[in-house]
Design a protein. Structure first.
Lengths: 222, 366
């Protein structure tokens, strides 16, 4: 059980870390700028939210498979076999949880008064300095909340993971996959233990998430 | 860099939906007001100068250095233009204290480029006592002073002010006008000041640029606001107030308080809470043009405390009434109807008496 929890946390934390810089960047683009092709970008990043995770997983399998350019590159140039490893599980969890993370970040960043960023610019701050000294500090609660939401989603990822990473005990078997395997083989009491761990992890993450949101609400942002 | 000649020289075109900004303009050193009704493109023009909007075509230079040119593909980013920008709502950083706000631009400026000390700025704006405060608990006037200090602490070559008084109560407006004058006098930073209040423009600016519907109607000395018929079309003279700077003397033995404006003394209303000040203080007073009565003969037996002799300098007719510009050491404007003007026979050079009730004089912050 400890090993399963460890793999689950490892996969979810890695997924969150992979997502974070991209989510921050896309969140900033969509929350602060008004780029051309905004609708296309929004639909694209939200797609994993609307698709069955199995479909996302299948798409990922094809993308990472040896017959795709990306898969080919990873396999032959980098010499890594990614499919059916915990890294593949992380990638699957990352793709599926990305929309949740980025959506919260967009909301948080679009709430920052653009006049504050303009003031920072006219005081001599470049775009990066403005982002890190004004935009991020004023939206960090939403950013952290979004990150936690993505983390929670990554913890519970099942459909895409089982396709690209399989259900290998001790390697890619996360909590949901292990529960599935135990229920399938009729080991319901074993499954119950894991369900309890799942619930505990989810409750802790969501508790922190909601606490952060209520704090940012009471402070009133700008 | 030389501070002589044109602070800003520009010729720009910018389309924003239905609206088109099309301006050719030289802005001299000094305090320049950009005056015009809402929607005339004043803020759009400031945004182009500051670098937050790129004109579709044209050129903008600051003290001879090009900061934007569509032809030469130059577009200096806002943080490298050396142009400060203070907006109506102050836009103070809510997660930083007053001191941290002021320090923001200061810390981004290299030591050689710091032309004056942070203390000088705090002193001019009289905000040292706010230093450790949270920006959320400041009054409107305090916020605007902190915003000014923050901009000045970044050592701008030019300061843009977008209606900095618009959201302030009357007493604070006077205070900020005074501070802006002091900033120009002490630090010599040219300012471009956007306003739709003709009273403010006359009280503060050295020159004025009048805008309407995206183009420039006229520019020059502030008196064009009253003389140029094109300009008068867009100006709203109703509720015109004289904003005059003078020094208030403490309440005397006779129980009277007065303000000296040039060589004229006006008796002020006494507020109940007063009587503490021992020294003369500089202040701005507001007298509405419509609250002053004109008389050709010296009136007697009046309750009004102030009867001042003056000479009519010029008579300006606006669409609704007549503004009589009188000289009492500095110009003061009196609003009368065109009927009174013709019946009394008031023309340039006429000797008149101005009758002002003490209670019509409002002291704006000191």
């Amino acid at each position: 059980m400890l090993e399963i929890t460890y793999i689950t946390l490892k996969v979810a934390i890695a997924a969150t870390l992979i997502n974070f810089p991209f989510a921050l960047y896309i969140g900033w683009i969509l929350g602060r700028r008004n780029p051309k092709g905004r609708l296309v970008l929004e639909v694209f990043i939200s797609l994993p939210l609307a698709l069955p995770p199995v479909v996302t997983g299948y798409a990922l399998l094809i993308a990472l498979g040896s017959r795709s350019p990306i898969g080919n590159f990873i396999q032959n140039v980098l010499g890594i076999d990614i499919i059916f490893t915990w890294v593949a599980a992380s990638l699957a969890a990352a793709v599926v949880s990305f929309p949740l993370m980025v959506r919260s970040i967009i909301v948080a960043m679009s709430a920052v008064d653009p006049r504050l960023e303009r003031s920072a610019r006219s005081l001599g701050a470049g775009p990066m300095k403005t982002f890190f000294s004004i935009t991020l500090p004023l939206s960090y609660q939403g950013v952290i909340a979004g990150t936690l939401l993505g983390f929670v989603r990554a913890l519970s990822e099942f459909g895409a993971t089982i396709i690209v990473a399989g259900n290998i005990p001790g390697v890619t078997q996360t909590l949901p996959l292990a529960i599935f395997a135990r229920v399938q083989t009729g080991r319901t009491s074993d499954a119950f233990e894991l369900v309890a761990v799942s619930v505990l992890l989810a409750v802790i993450s969501l508790g922190v998430h909601n606490w952060l949101l209520s704090r940012s609400g009471s402070k009133g942002g700008v | 860099m030389t501070k002589s000649g044109c602070a800003i020289r520009l010729g720009v075109k910018k389309r924003l939906g239905e609206f088109t900004l099309d301006c050719q303009l030289d802005i001299a050193n000094g305090i320049t007001a950009i005056f015009g009704p809402s929607g005339s493109g004043k803020t759009t023009l400031l945004d182009c100068i500051a670098g937050f909007l790129s004109p579709d075509q044209g050129c903008i230079s600051k003290f001879g250095r090009i900061v934007f040119s569509s032809e030469r593909s130059i577009n200096v980013s806002p943080n490298k233009r050396g142009i400060g920008y203070v907006v109506q709502n102050s836009a103070l950083f809510p997660h930083l204290t007053v001191k941290e706000n002021i320090n923001y631009g200061f810390s981004l400026t290299s030591e050689q480029k710091r032309k004056y000390s942070l203390e000088t700025v705090m002193e001019i704006l009289d905000i040292a006592y706010l230093s450790e405060r949270d920006t959320r608990n400041l009054s409107g006037g305090e916020r605007q002073r902190v915003a000014l200090a923050r901009s000045l602490a970044a050592f701008p070559d030019i300061l843009l002010l977008d209606e900095p008084l618009a959201s302030l109560d009357a007493p604070f407006r006077g205070l900020i006008i005074q501070k802006l004058k002091i900033i120009f006098r002490e630090l010599g930073i040219p300012m471009i000041y956007v306003s739709h209040s003709i009273s403010e423009v006359i009280a503060l600016a050295h020159q004025v640029v009048v805008m309407s519907e995206g183009s420039i109607l006229g520019s020059g000395n502030v008196s064009i606001l009253l003389r140029d018929s094109n300009v008068k079309r867009v100006a709203d003279f109703s509720s015109f107030e004289n904003l005059l700077q003078g020094s208030i003397s403490p309440v005397g033995i006779d129980g009277q308080k007065s303000i000296a404006l040039g060589d004229t003394k006006l008796i002020l209303p006494i507020e109940r809470s007063e009587g503490e000040e021992k020294e003369e203080v500089s202040a701005i007073v507001s007298i509405r043009a419509s609250d002053i009565i004109l008389s050709k003969i010296k009136p007697i037996g009046l309750s009004a405390r102030n009867v001042i002799s003056a000479r009519v300098k010029e008579v300006h007719s606006t669409d609704s009434s007549v503004l009589v510009e009188c000289d009492i050491g500095e110009p003061i404007y009196v609003e009368i109807t065109s009927l009174s003007q013709s019946e009394l026979g008031i023309y340039s050079g006429t000797e008149v008496f101005l009758i002002i009730k003490a209670s019509s004089i409002m002291v704006l912050g000191n």
